[in-house]
Every structure is written in structure tokens, then in C-alpha cells.
Design a protein around this ligand. Sequence first.
Ligand code: PTJ
Length: 262
Amino acid sequence: MSIPVNHPRRQSLLIREKIVEGFRNGIVVAQGLIAHGRGEAFDYIIGEVTPPPTYEAITAAAAALITARKPVISVNGNTAVLVGREIVKLSSIVGANIEVNLFHRVPSREIKIRDYLIECGANNVLGVGDDASATIPELMSERRRVSPYGILVADVVLVPLEDGDRTEALTKMGKTVIAIDLNPFSRTSRKATITIVDNVVRAIPILIDTVLKLKCMTREDLENIIKKYDNRKVLSRVIEYLHSRLREESRLNLLFEKGPNK
Ligand code: PTJ
């Protein structure tokens, strides 16, 4: 579909097209279209920019990924089509495994996602077919099936577009869970160790830049960043930011209603 270059919502429409194409190629599940719409609505409210308090979460996430012993990046259908290449880049600079983990698990889709990530430059993709032979305790959804070489033994797991159940189960297993979710009210956002409230298409490139900047810091300094980080406070500040944005929108709306000469 051609989107006019001067269309005011061009960027958002281009992202939407990627998701639709992913759906047509069998990488994104139908429910992924709905999830994307929910994300778009939150993105509209946050102003389609990274909320300022989110930078603190990204810094803590970068520190956690750099200092991790066995970091893993979990990938589902939406994440693959939106940021497949960036995920591969991030995995190579922090030495993380990439693992396919799906809520709606179908063997053919696992394979398509793996093949797409390999096309994006990945050398090895875990969690496909028999490799997903381990289980996360207390989790009933298909997300419970994980690789014994990946998520099962990981100390830090990055989970873009996640569901709350698995986030909670992974934190109960003692793992540091970094979530990326546009919805600051979701269970995922509340249950993660570090919550990045942002669109994955903005968050992953910023995370890559931040990792590259922090990589020269000492382990002690990086661990201090993680120790001082308070997810509840950062999440509250993101919600405060939303609140102030809505107040400002409401004020501008009143001015607009009155008009300059009224
Ligand atoms: O590929 P599968 O089978 O694993 O399925 C993937 C989906 C996304 C369908 C599945 O994980 C799902 O149903 O997710 P939920 O529970 O709808 O949650 C998705 C969350 O991601 C919602 O809170 C959305 O606001 C958020 N979201 C959607 N698009 C983006 C996003 N967050 C960040 N960036 C986005 N682009």
C-alpha cells in the first residue's frame, strides 16, 4: 500500500503495514493485530515519543544486559516483524541468545519466525520445535515451553510485547525480566523487574545505543545502576508524565474552542 510522503500519520501507518505484511506471511498471529492496535492507542496518548522517565529504565536494562551471565531475548511474531534486525544487533553486542517464544504456538510459525530472524542475520535461534522441551513452572499457556539452553537457564530475559503471566512466572524463578510495553498499566509492566514503557520500534534502537555507551563502564558501576533502580518509582513517573500530557491536551483544547478573538 502506498502511503503519501506528507501524510501526517505516515510513520505509524508504515509500522502498521509491517504488521499486516507479517500477518499475511504467517509470522504475526491474528491476535497480534489486535495487540498492535492496543499499542497504537497507548502510543498516541504518550505522544509517539519515548517518555522521559523511560530513559532511566533503558539505562538499567542496558546495565542488566551487559552484566548478565546468560541473557536471552525472547521473540514473538510482532517483535520479529517490527524489530527483527535490531534484535539480532542487540543480541550480538550483549552476547544474548535469541529464543522464539509464542503465546499462540504453532510449529509452522515458529519456523517462519526463526527463518526470518536468520534472514535478519541471526546465527542461532532457540526455542523452535523439540528445543522448546523445558517448562516454566506454574504457567499454563504455550509460553511455558522454553529452551533448556535459553530462557530456562537465563539470568536476564528481555521480553518485548509480553503477557503478564509469564513475566510473573519468570520473576518468581529469580530472573531479571526486562519488559517493553506501551501500556504502563498492564500486568506485564507491573510485574517486570525493569519496565520500558515505549514502542519497541523506538526502544530497541535506544537500548542498543545505551549498551554501546555503557559498555566501557566497570562492572561495579553497572551493578550500582541496577541496585539504585526502582521500577515502581519509574513506572509512577511515566504515569505522571501521561497525566501531565493529558492535562496539557485538555488546556489546549479549551484554547482552541475559544479561538484567538473570543
Ligand atoms: O506471537 P505470539 O503468538 O506470541 O502473540 C503475540 C501477542 C502480542 C499477540 C501476544 O503476546 C498478546 O496477546 O499480547 P497482549 O497480551 O495483547 O499484550 C501485548 C501488549 O503489548 C499490550 O499491552 C500492548 O499495549 C503492547 N504493545 C503492542 N504493540 C506494541 C506494544 N508494546 C510496545 N511496542 C509495540 N509496538
